[in-house]
Ligand binder design. Structure first.
Ligand SMILES: Cc1cc2nc3c(=O)[nH]c(=O)nc-3n(C[C@H](O)[C@H](O)[C@H](O)COP(=O)(O)OP(=O)(O)OC[C@H]3O[C@@H](n4cnc5c(N)ncnc54)[C@H](O)[C@@H]3O)c2cc1C
Length: 399
């Protein structure tokens, strides 16, 4: 074997995976199609505290985020959070990705930039991967192949491992001059600006990242850029945007809903390639990191022959089934509280959210990365939400 593992994709998830595999004593090659790490990126740059703890990269933080102002379609505002509890970190994604890859290289991984696989086949004992590199095509043999190659994963397509259940599209601009609040992000809702989902303005040091996400079939022929324009021109909020000067723009897919076969023989998918983004927030770094932490030990045992192929597959299944269920529940809650609501219904929800006792409940139980406990408490404890329970109950409780 040339390597124990070949990891396709030098994003944050591929980087952490390579690091953990090297730390476990394996040899690892990372293959990245771009000439540099962290460019281009499509991300609002939010990294939750658990994920940050795993990599210890607080020096990449631009702004600690402790709260949010959430806006209903008609302009009602609900403010949550308090400065004594940091809810999430707004980071420089380029520095963050570079630091994660650096730590993999420090642990012993090799990295080939400007390189892509164009053929791969597995047999009983390993995987042969043919890679186009700047100096010509190279064949590499490894024990296992890991696809951490993002939303449009070549590994996933080559080995026919299924598709993420939902593919949202996100569009974002980075601006100076937005009138926001230090440490608080803004979320905007409404069918004209983010049908079924929400738009955001996230403080990121000297700039603000303003974006929107939705599903193609809900956008009725409008582009995400048009939706964002509508937000910026809305009479409700335009004064916050009048002094904005654009310094960058990003567009990309958000794949959510674990693919049907994340493990196929000696090939395993990670991060966006596996469809791990949260259906509620679109965040992919947190769930991608947790998946790596939970599965790297299993892969290490497999390549050291401490586990048979079938034992490995059943252990991977044990890790992944709860992830699949959590995603289904979170999606059901999102659908009930947001995606399936029209603007009038959303306004009604906001009028309940703005009651002091409900805002208190959100502050107490609300977690950006895990909205299930809050959603269930609301369905149970807030009388006005009981009728919503019918919509959510089947998938939330039994999904
Ligand atoms: C607008 C927008 C905003 C977002 N905001 C957030 C956020 O605030 N927080 C959050 O956690 N998530 C956010 N996400 C999602 C987040 O960007 C991804 O979940 C995260 O980057 C996934 O990491 P990854 O390592 O799995 O994949 P990626 O970051 O996509 O990395 C994959 C890597 O593989 C490389 N690659 C792809 N194909 C090949 C190939 N064939 N050969 C070699 N290399 C290849 C790519 O160049 C890339 O470097 C957002 C997404 C969008 C679109």
């Amino acid at each position: 074997m040339d390597y124990d593992f070949v990891v396709i994709g030098a994003g944050p998830v591929g980087g952490l995976l390579a690091r953990r595999l090297c730390e476990g004593g394996s040899t690892v090659l990372i293959v990245e199609e771009h000439a540099q790490i962290g460019r281009p990126f499509q991300c609002a740059g939010l990294v939750n505290p658990k994920a940050m703890e795993l990599v210890g990269l607080t020096d990449t933080v631009l702004t600690p985020i402790w709260g949010a102002r959430i806006h209903s379609p008609s302009g009602e505002e609900v403010s949550i959070g308090s400065p004594d509890l940091i809810r999430t970190w707004s980071v420089c994604r380029k520095m963050f990705d570079e630091a994660v890859i650096d730590s993999a290289l420090d642990a012993g991984a090799d990295l080939w930039l400007s390189s892509t696989p164009f053929a791969a086949e597995q047999d009983e004992a390993g995987v042969n991967v043919t890679i186009t590199t700047p100096t010509g095509d190279v064949s590499v043999r490894c024990l296992m192949l890991c696809g951490a190659d993002g939303a449009h994963s070549w590994v996933r397509r080559n080995f026919r491992m299924g598709r993420p259940k939902e593919m949202m599209v996100g569009f974002q601009i980075e601006v100076t001059g937005y009138v926001g609040e230090e440490g608080r992000l803004d979320m905007y809702t409404g069918s004209e600006i983010s049908p079924g989902f929400f738009a955001w303005a996230i403080p990121s040091g000297d700039t603000t990242r303003i974006g929107t996400w939705s599903k193609a079939d809900m956008m009725e022929g409008r582009s995400p850029e048009q939706l964002l324009d509508t937000l910026r021109k809305s009479p409700l909020w335009s004064r916050r945007f009048t002094g904005c000067r654009e310094v960058g723009r990003f567009c990309g897919p958000v794949p959510s809903g674990l693919v049907s076969r994340p493990v196929k023989g000696r090939v395993v998918l990670f991060g966006d390639a596996a469809g791990l983004c949260k259906p509620t927030t679109g965040g992919g770094i947190g769930p991608g990191f947790i998946h790596v932490e939970n599965t790297a030990p299993i892969l290490l045992n497999r390549v050291q022959n401490l586990l048979s192929q079938s034992d490995m597959e059943s252990m991977m299944k044990k890790v992944l089934e709860p992830v699949r269920k959590d995603q289904l529940r979170a999606k059901a809650l999102r659908d009930a509280f947001l995606t399936q609501m029209n603007d009038e219904e959303l306004d009604e929800v906001f009028s309940v959210w703005s009651k002091p006792e409900v805002t208190e409940l959100i502050n107490e139980v609300g977690e950006i990365e895990n909205p299930i406990p809050l959603g269930l408490r609301m369905l149970r404890d807030v009388p006005e939400f009981r009728s919503l329970a019918r919509r959510a109950v089947k998938a939330v409780l039994w999904g």
